[in-house]
Design a binder for this molecule. Structure first.
Ligand code: C5P
Length: 221
């Protein structure tokens, strides 16, 4: 069993992918399985933390000993994360949050009409939750961790994203059609605000999760 080095800590983790509805039956979504976020929740609980898991659209059972909040959209995920983050020692944004949502929600199912072109879908920006909690710092000693999936120039884009978001750690992984999403294993580099880079070799999502907690520990005051 793991050393209880997170005992007395409250950690908040978002997992899964948001769905942004167009009408009662359709949404814009993404391929996030939620497995990395759940691995973070299980490992934190095993290390003694009180864990709040904010879950969006995964098909995973609630982990034992973890408080789970179920949400659907980015706006709902933001509300749940902000509420739980108020007294959190760490917030890890592992969820794939949609950057945009449809500007309008049709209360009835959108119909196709004979001889008519489909109406374009207009999108508006969603709030950037990671940037917001990093800027606000409700607690000066709170450790904030983001994730970034990149397809090219992984490290350069990751470093720029860490600065832009203002978080303490950014877990960067290279994604492609057949990588990471839905898989049991992951491979990443964890970038820290102090400039250090910690490569995590291909392995179980729990191993990456434990590395995130190892790197967060010395950042707690
Ligand atoms: O900007 P990008 O979507 O690549 O950033 C990914 C990181 O930012 C993840 O940690 C994700 O949870 C977070 N994010 C967020 N709010 C958004 C978009 C992404 O918190 N609207």
């Amino acid at each position: 069993t793991a050393a209880p080095d997170l005992a007395g800590r409250h950690v908040v983790i978002s997992a899964g992918g948001t769905r942004e509805p167009l009408d009662p039956v359709r949404f814009l979504g993404n391929r996030s399985s939620g497995k990395q976020g759940y691995a973070l929740a299980r490992t934190a609980a095993a290390r003694g933390a009180r864990v709040t898991l904010v879950e969006a659209n995964t098909r995973l059972p609630d982990p034992a000993g973890v408080d789970v909040v179920h949400v659907g959209t980015a706006v709902e995920l933001r509300a749940a994360v902000l509420a739980a983050a108020a007294d959190a020692d760490a917030v890890v944004m592992a969820a794939a949050v949609a950057d945009f949502r449809p500007a309008e929600y049709a209360a009835g199912k959108i119909k196709k009409k004979d001889g008519e072109e489909p109406a374009p879908v207009v999108l508006v920006r969603n709030p950037d939750i990671l940037a917001e909690i990093s800027a606000e710092r409700v607690r000066a000693d709170q450790v904030i961790v983001g994730f970034a999936a990149e397809t090219d120039d992984v490290l350069a884009n990751g470093r720029a994203k860490l600065l832009r978001k203002g978080c303490d750690l950014l877990v960067v992984n290279e994604v492609g059609e057949h990588r990471t999403f839905g898989a049991e294993e992951n491979e990443a580099v964890v970038l820290a605000a102090d400039g250090t880079e910690t490569p995590v070799p291909h392995g179980p999502k729990e191993a990456l999760a434990d590395t995130v907690w190892d790197l967060a520990l010395p950042l707690f005051h």
